[in-house]
Design a protein around this ligand. Structure first.
Ligand SMILES: Nc1ncnc2c1ncn2[C@@H]1O[C@H](COP(=O)(O)OP(=O)(O)OP(=O)(O)O)[C@@H](O)[C@H]1O
Ligand SMILES: [Mg+2]
Length: 241
């Protein structure tokens, strides 16, 4: 039997601003197995980014329990959390978050340098990853010199470069054409199969649903359905397209 990599029990999160409280997660219950490619779909504002940020240890949840490989990031010391994020997690942000003053290779090298690789090995490994996402010829470019889809692929290379156990991606194919998006999904699939890594991928792109082992449907801060195939999905209330 496969082991759960992620176990969320009644996870809640609200954002507090000066005048308002916005509930983003209203009791999330979810299990994702090691080696599984799990997709998360749902309408804008339903809490997808909030949920994967909690799972990645970037955001504290308010209530419930979120065990990732048996530990709740909320209960880690600051040092443990930094180590968890730096070693075990690869995150593709919705807005890519590339460092504008660094070249493509330098951006992709960051997780390796944080894990104390020497610069030469880090550069070699970063270039290998860039080849896998089809960007060999852009290694010296700055993010501002790249198209949106190319920047997105740099962000994906950076998330995979240090072989993290958990890969969390926010709309990783949103700026990619059908063919490139399919190639990137093949790469993610191989990561899940070969490396026994766990992937949680937020998407609105129904063309990539077929790459998922299971698809969770979110609505208004909750998981309302988990489907084992795209044909089982009931997206009447939740699809954007
Ligand atoms: N930093 C924040 N401060 C206050 N409210 C926030 C913050 N981040 C998100 N929210 C609110 O929390 C809710 C969930 O937001 P979240 O970003 O998780 O949604 P999402 O499903 O990722 O949406 P999208 O598909 O548009 O990216 C929304 O109502 C949003 O307005
Ligand atoms: Mg989002």
């Amino acid at each position: 039997m496969s082991t759960p990599a992620i176990v969320c029990r009644d996870v809640t999160k609200s954002y507090l601003t000066e005048k308002t409280v916005t509930p983003a997660l209203r009791g999330i219950n979810l299990e994702v197995n090691e080696g599984e490619l799990f997709m998360l779909v749902g309408p804008s504002g339903c809490g997808k980014t909030s949920l994967i940020s909690v799972i990645a240890g970037i955001l504290n949840h308010d209530g419930g329990q979120c065990l990732i490989f048996g530990r709740d990031p909320n209960e880690m010391s600051e040092e443990e959390r930094t180590a968890y994020r730096g070693k075990s997690v690869g995150f593709v942000f919705q807005s890519y978050n590339l460092i504008p003053t660094l070249t493509t290779t330098e951006n992709v090298s960051i997780p390796l340098l944080l894990n104390e690789w020497n610069r030469l090995d880090a550069t070699r490994r970063a270039e290998e990853m860039l080849a896998k996402v089809g960007l060999t010829n852009k290694s010296r470019s700055l993010p501002s010199e790249l198209s949106g889809g190319q920047q997105q692929r740099v962000a994906i290379a950076r998330a995979l470069v240090h072989n993290p156990r958990l890969i969390v991606c926010d709309e990783p194919t949103s700026a990619l054409d059908h063919t490139t998006g399919g190639e990137i999904m093949e790469l993610f699939r191989q990561e899940a199969l070969n490396g026994n890594r766990t992937l949680v991928i937020v998407t609105h792109d129904s063309r990539i649903f077929r790459f998922a082992d299971r698809i969770g449907v979110m609505d208004d801060g909750q998981i309302v359905q988990v489907a084992s195939s795209p044909s089982e999905l009931q997206l009447d209330k939740t699809t954007k397209k």
